[in-house]
Design a protein around this ligand. Structure first.
Ligand SMILES: *Cc1c(COP(=O)(O)O)cnc(C)c1O
Length: 388
């Protein structure tokens, strides 16, 4: 997974489809990122934060009980153990540090379920920056606790009142704010999506997941030191891009991205343009963006990062759907067999492994456990409480 070509293209996907007023800001960001990424001082500072604040490296845990039950050798990359409970902290610490280096004092972010908003508010508190988070009005009502967390961390949360008043509208509002305030604001986008350089930059900030996992596999797996299959859930696709980047150059390693059946951008979408990028996108018969529907709010994004569309097109990774019922079973399965309550997003990856156990028999499988399930237990108690 190398650099995009031309203006942010991964094969035929990606690009920079934005109003002209945003082009200089994106070019400035691209240059600032490349400059920072080539600067050992910046890398050291970020690595220091990832280590001493976020808790990296995250462990690679072998699941002996669940592996035996499924007939495979199973490892989990434990992004759930990071500060704020998911992989998202890797990206926000990177972008917040970059924004500071660019002399910006204010972080803008969009959030759906609230997890990226909380992570951004956390980085803003740590680095003494202002933070404004756009969140669909409907999502604010559904995710009250995260709204409170963001405010507790010192961020302002502003409702997005347009359209369906959910994540895609929050992205639009954040971009609109950024156009007007770009001199002192940085838009801290939450996944490997949007216009160039975001898909590339966010993947690079999550590359640490793949680098660590590859190193850990080399120490733990005999022979070539590689797993047979690497699996991750896909919303926008950032945790998947992070772990795939450690293995994409090894053709023997199969890469699998798991989408929610009700929001499968690659499985059910067609190429289209949204939020500044050309990528697979769920659309209705008139080409309008269709709401994604999934049990996990963090995967409710109708599009997917352009590099995943490319990996799909060239056949390097495959993208598969799982249903909400399979996710519920996987959530319970990992909790019961390993004492690890996964985020519902991450449970999608477990669900696919569990369903495909016969095909995977005898193989070594690494699942990126993108987050912890504390945020989901109240919802799951409603769904399955009386079945326990
Ligand atoms: C936000 C989130 C996701 C989805 O985002 P990606 O960009 O697809 O990784 C997945 N898992 C968890 C735990 C999340 O919080």
């Amino acid at each position: 997974m190398g650099e995009p070509t031309g203006v942010g293209r991964f094969g035929s996907f990606g690009g920079l489809f934005v109003p002209e007023t945003l082009v200089p800001a994106l070019q400035e960001l691209d240059e600032a990122f490349r400059d920072a990424w080539a600067d050992q001082g910046f890398r050291d500072e970020l690595d220091g934060l990832l280590r001493d604040y976020a808790g990296r490296p995250s462990p690679l845990t072998e699941c002996e009980r669940l592996g035996a039950e499924l007939g495979i050798r199973l490892f989990l990359k434990r992004e759930d153990l990071n500060h704020t409970g998911s992989h998202k902290i890797n990206n926000v610490l990177g972008q917040a540090l970059l924004a500071k280096r660019m002399g910006k004092k204010r972080l803008l972010a969009e959030t759906g379920a609230g997890q990226h908003g909380v992570a951004t508010a956390t980085a803003a508190a740590l680095l003494d920056m202002e933070c404004l988070v756009y969140m669909g009005e409907v999502d604010m009502a559904r995710q009250e606790l995260n709204v409170f967390r963001m405010r507790l961390l010192g961020a302002e949360v502003t409702p997005a009142l347009s359209g369906s008043r959910t994540l895609k509208d929050a992205v639009n509002e954040a971009m609109r704010d950024w156009v007007a305030t770009v001199e002192h604001s940085h838009y801290c986008l939450g996944s490997v999506m949007g216009p160039h350089p975001y898909p590339y930059m966010v993947r690079e900030f999550h590359r640490v997941i793949g680098n660590e996992t590859a190193e850990q596999c080399a120490q733990r797996i005999d022979g070539d030191g590689l797993p047979d299959v690497v699996v991750a859930c896909v919303g926008g696709g950032s945790n998947a891009a992070g772990i795939f980047s450690g293995f994409a150059e090894h053709p023997s390693v199969e890469l699998v991205g798991v989408e929610p059946a009700g929001g499968a951008a690659i499985g059910n979408g067609v190429p289209g343009i949204v939020h500044g990028m050309l990528s697979f996108l769920k659309q209705d018969e008139f080409g309008q963006v269709q709401e994604a529907e999934s049990i996990s709010a963090g995967l409710d994004y109708p599009g997917v990062g352009p590099e995943h569309s490319h990996l799909h097109e060239i056949g390097r990774a495959r993208y598969v759907p799982v249903t909400d019922d399979e996710v519920i079973d996987a959530f319970a399965l990992l909790s019961r067999t390993e004492g690890i309550i996964p985020a519902l997003e991450s449970a999608h990856a477990i669900a696919w492994v569990s369903r495909e156990r016969a095909q995977l028999a005898g193989k070594t499988v690494v699942v990126n456990l993108s987050g912890r399930g504390d945020k989901d237990v109240a919802q799951m108690m409603e769904i399955m409480g009386d079945k326990l």
